[in-house]
Design a protein around this ligand. Structure first.
Ligand SMILES: Cc1ncc(COP(=O)(O)O)c(C=O)c1O
Length: 415
């Protein structure tokens, strides 16, 4: 007799889902309330919050809130109806695409209603079964899912390992010559867990030896890196070498949605072939108008990015000086690496939240190897140097307790 799907999922809840009963509402699905910023309410108390990708502090910016509200009042949340191709296009959508193209220094841009979907769908749309994908092993889930849709061959290279990337390119080149296909290399501008920038410049340089196109997911780079906030390509001086550039609105823009920028003819191809956009409703006008406002603020207020980096540098230097391991980050993402079991990490986080009022995200196995805990801090332009000082002081205390074995337990903390 065949198995029953409901029985199967009852028996195997998944690596995180298996802890759902104890963790839900606290370690997973916590509710942060109040205006978005560095001080938010968690379980009735104000906590110092380091867990949101609100890099430039735009989420609760008064001008942003005003424009968001006015656009929603004028157009409603449903407008326009239908997919862009059929009935959901507008001047605002096209204006935002033009302004984004200028911002990231590309010819053309297509707006996408969700960042994740955009990446999956763009990869699916760009390659056919004769083509070969070469991608970084630590790529975000949306890249992996895009690669999973690919019917042809794919070769993965060790994370940020140029030598291995070249080796996989050699294999891909040989194979593509046999199939008559092309090669797409995919990596990230900034890897969101460790915070290390992708080796974009080095990969671009490989174009002198190999024939391929480069797709970069710059979710964490847009708005935070580069002289004008244009992202990791601008930061590394190789934006021209990125053939297909993806940015999300979910982080620096503090919105939802994303975009893909490239040559005019590539974007036109995406517009007419990308299934997630052809067969789905257009981005609502309040979001489009809200994104235009955020982009204007990003362009006109370089001091937001400067402040973000002031906080980032103070945080990263302060943590390092205090003896913490923060790994190879060269972006705003600030991971603190500790050793401990999952139950220990939950006791530590509980202590940090309840007794020190500091809220940050925790990353454990299976995202990182067993025995490793990452406390992940996301600085923003709205944090203060006092927030940094207080956090490092608290971290020193909780790590002392971790090392003294005070958090050891058999089971995860019951809240
Ligand atoms: C590297 C990376 N790519 C893509 C995404 C997906 O973007 P979105 O949240 O806009 O769907 C994220 C966001 O979590 C991300 O970190």
């Amino acid at each position: 007799m065949s198995a029953d799907i409901f029985e199967k999922i009852q028996a195997n809840r998944g690596p995180i889902g298996q802890h759902a009963k104890e963790s839900h509402g606290y370690f997973t699905f916590p509710k942060l309330e109040g205006p978005i910023g560095p001080h938010m309410i968690f379980r009735g108390k104000t906590r110092l919050n380091w867990s949101l990708n609100n890099y430039l502090g735009l989420a609760d910016h008064p001008e942003v809130r005003k424009v968001d509200g006015e656009a929603a009042a004028e157009f409603g949340l449903g407008s326009p109806m239908g997919a862009r191709m059929m009935s959901g296009n507008s001047d605002y959508h096209e204006q935002l695409e033009r302004e984004l193209s200028a911002f990231v220094n590309k010819e053309s841009t297509i707006l996408c209603n969700f960042g994740y979907q955009a990446v999956v769908s763009a990869i699916d749309c760009l390659v056919d079964r004769h083509d070969v994908i070469v991608y970084d092993a630590e790529s975000h889930a949306c890249i992996l899912d895009g690669v999973r849709l690919h019917m042809g061959k794919r070769f993965v290279f060790k994370h940020n390992d140029l030598e291995d990337c070249e080796k996989q390119l050699q294999r891909a080149t040989k194979l593509a010559a046999e199939t008559g296909g092309a090669i797409l290399v995919i990596t990230e501008g900034v890897f969101g867990m460790r915070g290390d920038q992708g080796i974009i410049k080095e990969i671009v340089d490989l174009k002198q030896k190999y024939n391929f196109r480069l797709f970069v997911d710059d979710a964490h780079g847009i708005g935070t890196l580069g002289a004008t906030g244009g992202g990791t390509g601008e930061e590394q001086g190789c934006q021209d070498g990125i053939d297909i550039y993806f940015g999300t609105f979910a982080k620096s823009f503090a919105l939802i949605g994303g975009f893909i920028s490239s040559d005019e003819q590539v974007v036109e191809y995406l517009r007419y072939n990308m299934r997630s956009q052809i067969f789905a409703k257009a981005m609502p006008l309040p979001l489009v108008i809200g994104a235009l406002k955020r982009l204007e603020l990003m362009r006109n207020h370089p001091e937001y990015k400067a402040k973000l980096w002031e906080i980032t540098e103070a945080l990263q230097k302060g943590l390092t000086d205090a003896g913490f391991e923060i790994g190879p980050t060269n972006s705003c993402v600030t991971p603190v690496y500790l050793n401990g079991s999952i139950p220990e990490s939950t006791n530590l986080i509980y202590d940090l939240r309840e007794n020190y009022n500091v809220f940050c995200s925790m990353v454990v196995y299976p995202v990182v190897p067993k025995g490793m805990i990452i406390l992940r801090l996301i600085p923003t332009a709205t944090h203060t140097l006092e927030d940094v000082r207080y956090t490092i002081e608290c971290f020193s205390k909780i790590v002392g307790k971790l090392k003294a074995g005070e958090y050891v337990s058999e089971k995860i903390a019951v809240v």
